[in-house]
Design a binder for this molecule. Structure first.
Ligand SMILES: *[C@@H]1O[C@H](CO)[C@@H](O)[C@H](O)[C@H]1NC(C)=O
Ligand SMILES: *[C@@H]1O[C@H](CO)[C@@H](O)[C@H](O)[C@H]1NC(C)=O
Ligand SMILES: *[C@@H]1O[C@H](CO)[C@@H](O)[C@H](O)[C@H]1NC(C)=O
Ligand SMILES: *[C@@H]1O[C@H](CO)[C@@H](O)[C@H](O)[C@H]1NC(C)=O
Length: 689
């Protein structure tokens, strides 16, 4: 009996113990209490979703930054049991929560959309929309009773549309819908006079504290909001509302937390500094949140971070464009300046109308490109060019050895430019550019006599005919006569030779480079007058006195005449001298043997005899004994009988045979000659050969 009793007692005690344990476990399961004073180290207690949602190193819980069109949610990781199915009076347990938050707008006039404290059956809000959906609901599930969502909305955008630009400042209670059942503008009531209320802005960048108290037995939800800096909780709540609808919302397990969203154009950063929650106790009291115990609020720099990425890209791009344009402008100005500098004229240059602009010549010759070169030698390089009026020109680019010479030479060019004769190459003008002197001439298409006489095969394919040769000789003589006697002053050519005779379309010879040699004489720095001319064409007296004259031009013409008739150069490597050779034949009565054998019998014997005799007369050792251009032109034209060649033509019989070698020897051994050779070797001598 006794044992049976004791057995019953033990089992009763055991049942009681079990009952107590179970109810204790149940009490633990129904009670939720937490206080986050900052969220540092609480990453595992908070479930975060959304691109910009995070717990910052300083402990701030950020829901969104000021990126556009984003959402962010943060829920306590464990569900809260708010249903009390045993209670007849209050099926939903009382709960209290308090939190401190900060909303920082993009700019003073452009923030949004706000944030919520939410009761949700899930610890996140999948597919929730941004902007007016506040990260809680979306277009499809808006208003659906199956949502089981209560959102206490801290609304900073007035109206429901995304494109609205009115600033809102309200607290709303939303049940399963983005539309609030009730909405109150944000104010707080003073404790000393509960009828007095103070306005303040949610979206101020300052910490705001909120209290949500739900009393189960009376089904009343109180909402109190105020600036956290007040330091005390206003006694009178902003909202004190019976919320029977909550019965349809709350399920067995509910999660509590925050959501926030930004719009396309309107955005704010949403932060939570601290959060306490309590439910399930007899009279739950949420932990206090003193500002001093919370992490410092986020810096309020509305404008600085207010640019969205598109604006930044725009600013960067436009800055880059501006920079590029500035650089271009700089180079353009420099370029203009350089061009101007290039064209800056010295005083003396301005007075000379035959001056060409370098820029025009540069364009005309296509930038002095190498393929435009039509000749070298005779003091420089010759380029073919075409002026804007489409007249063809030849531009001779000379590098004078002294610019002092150029200044005076330009004056002379001015007068040479006035020379007009059908057997002269017209000089149109000049241009000085840096160290170069540019002379602008007619463009003569057929090339020089030089190339017509010697190039094999010649352009025409046949030897230059006797008629052509004789006409050319007479033409050259006519041009020289104009220079020597028909112009207002005597112009000595100084460099008569085949390469300076250009042949135009009508086989008409035109003398070029007249007067040019003066440039080189003037430019000479040495005391000795520099000799200008070409070996083989230089009169013997030039080597002695260095004074060019009409007579020395006549000598050169004589050599040229013999050359035209014989087709042989004035001298070869040393043993042959054309003038001596023709004189020898003349003395032996075999003068016709001097005629170019390539002509065969295709020549006029009378004209040939005249030409050879005139050539020899011109090569008289004594300048005074040479005929003038006027006289010799009459001989060539057959107007006068050619004069007898005097016996002292070569001064003495003995010197005659070695005349040429003596002459050349003189030139090369003298000091004058050495300067002459260096000066001329690259131009006349080369072009002559
Ligand atoms: C938050 O984290 C801290 C540090 O890890 C911890 O002491 C505290 O209890 C946590 N708070 C809650 C409410 O879990
Ligand atoms: C906002 O973002 C969602 C998805 O992230 C997108 O479907 C929607 O079109 C966006 N709205 C605007 C206005 O950009
Ligand atoms: C509800 O009441 C019944 C009986 O009154 C009790 O057995 C049960 O434990 C109670 N449940 C809760 C959750 O208190
Ligand atoms: C809600 O506010 C009313 C009015 O101030 C007050 O009487 C009541 O006690 C409050 N309830 C809670 C749960 O704070």
């Amino acid at each position: 009996m006794g044992t049976a009793r004791s057995k019953v007692l033990v089992s009763l005690l055991f049942s009681l113990f079990l009952l107590l344990s179970v109810s204790k476990i149940q009490a633990q399961r129904t009670k939720t209490e937490f206080t986050f004073r900052g969220f540092k180290g609480n990453e595992s207690e908070i479930r975060i979703a959304g691109g910009a949602a995070t717990i910052k190193p300083d402990g701030l819980l950020r829901l969104t930054n000021r990126g556009s069109n984003i959402t962010g949610t943060a829920f306590y990781h464990k569900p809260v049991r708010l249903l009390d199915s045993n209670s007849t009076i209050s099926p939903i347990r009382s709960f209290r929560t308090s939190f401190v938050f900060v909303i920082i707008p993009s700019s003073s006039s452009n923030g949004g959309f706000g944030f919520t404290f939410t009761l949700s059956p899930t610890p996140n809000r999948p597919n929730a929309g941004s902007a007016q959906y506040l990260g809680v609901l979306n277009k499809e599930n808006d208003g659906d009773p199956r949502n089981h969502v209560l959102a206490v909305e801290f609304d900073t955008v007035q109206g429901a549309r995304d494109d609205t630009d009115r600033i809102g400042n309200d607290i709303g209670l939303n049940f399963n819908s983005r539309t609030s059942d009730m909405q109150e503008p944000v104010v707080y009531y003073l404790n000393d006079d509960p009828n007095k209320r103070e306005d303040f802005q949610l979206e101020s960048g300052n910490p705001i504290q909120a209290h949500l108290n739900y009393d189960g037995p009376t089904q009343t939800l109180n909402v109190t909001v105020y600036p956290a800096r007040l330091g005390f909780k206003p006694t009178k709540p902003l909202i004190s509302q019976k919320v029977p609808k909550l019965l349809n919302i709350v399920q067995e397990e509910m999660y509590v937390g925050f959501t926030a969203a930004t719009g396309r154009d309107q955005s704010s950063a949403h932060y939570v500094m601290g959060w306490s929650f309590s439910s399930g106790g007899e009279n739950p009291i949420a932990g206090t949140l003193e500002l001093s115990e919370l992490p410092p609020p986020p810096p309020n720099t509305p404008k600085k971070r207010g640019f969205n990425s598109q604006v930044i890209v725009l600013i960067v791009a436009s800055s880059a464009v501006m920079l590029i344009m500035l650089v271009l402008l700089f180079f353009f100005v420099m370029y203009k300046k350089r061009l101007q500098q290039e064209e800056t004229l010295e005083d003396w240059e301005i007075d000379h109308p035959r001056r060409f602009r370098y820029r025009d010549l540069y364009v005309a010759t296509d930038g002095f490109k190498e393929t435009g070169i039509i000749g070298t030698g005779g003091f420089g390089t010759v380029f073919k060019g075409k002026l804007q009026n489409s007249s063809q020109i030849a531009v001779k680019k000379i590098i004078p050895n002294s610019m002092q010479g150029v200044r005076e030479f330009v004056a002379e060019i001015e007068s040479l430019g006035k020379l007009r004769h059908k057997n002269l190459v017209n000089l149109h003008g000049w241009c000085k550019h840096k160290n170069d002197l540019l002379l602008i001439y007619d463009y003569i298409p057929n090339g020089s006599l030089d190339s017509l006489l010697y190039s094999v095969p010649r352009r025409s394919g046949a030897v230059l005919s006797w008629n052509a040769r004789f006409q050319i000789a007479k033409g050259i003589a006519s041009g020289l006569l104009y220079l020597h006697e028909e112009w207002e002053q005597i112009v000595v050519h100084r460099d008569v030779k085949p390469s300076n005779v250009l042949i135009d379309d009508d086989m008409n010879p035109r003398l070029g480079d007249f007067g040019l040699a003066r440039l080189y004489e003037r430019g000479s720095q040495s005391q000795t007058t520099a000799l200008v001319g070409t070996i083989g064409y230089m009169a013997p007296e030039l080597a002695r006195n260095g004074k060019p004259s009409s007579a020395s031009d006549v000598f050169a013409f004589g050599v040229l005449l013999l050359e035209i008739v014989s087709g042989r150069k004035p001298t070869d490597s040393g043993s042959f001298f054309l003038v001596d050779w023709v004189m020898e034949l003349y003395a032996n009565g075999e003068i016709l043997s001097a005629i170019d054998p390539r002509l065969g019998s295709g020549y006029d014997e009378g004209e040939a005899r005249i030409a050879l005799a005139v050539g020899l007369l011109c090569c008289h050792q004594n300048p005074a004994s040479r005929p003038s251009m006027r006289v010799l032109l009459r001989y060539l034209n057959g107007d006068d009988e050619v004069a007898e060649i005097e016996d002292d033509w070569g001064y003495s019989k003995s010197s005659r045979s070695d005349f040429g070698s003596k002459f050349v020897g003189n030139v090369t051994s003298s000091s004058i000659a050495s300067s002459f050779v260096t000066r001329i070797s690259s131009t006349s001598v080369i072009s002559g050969g």
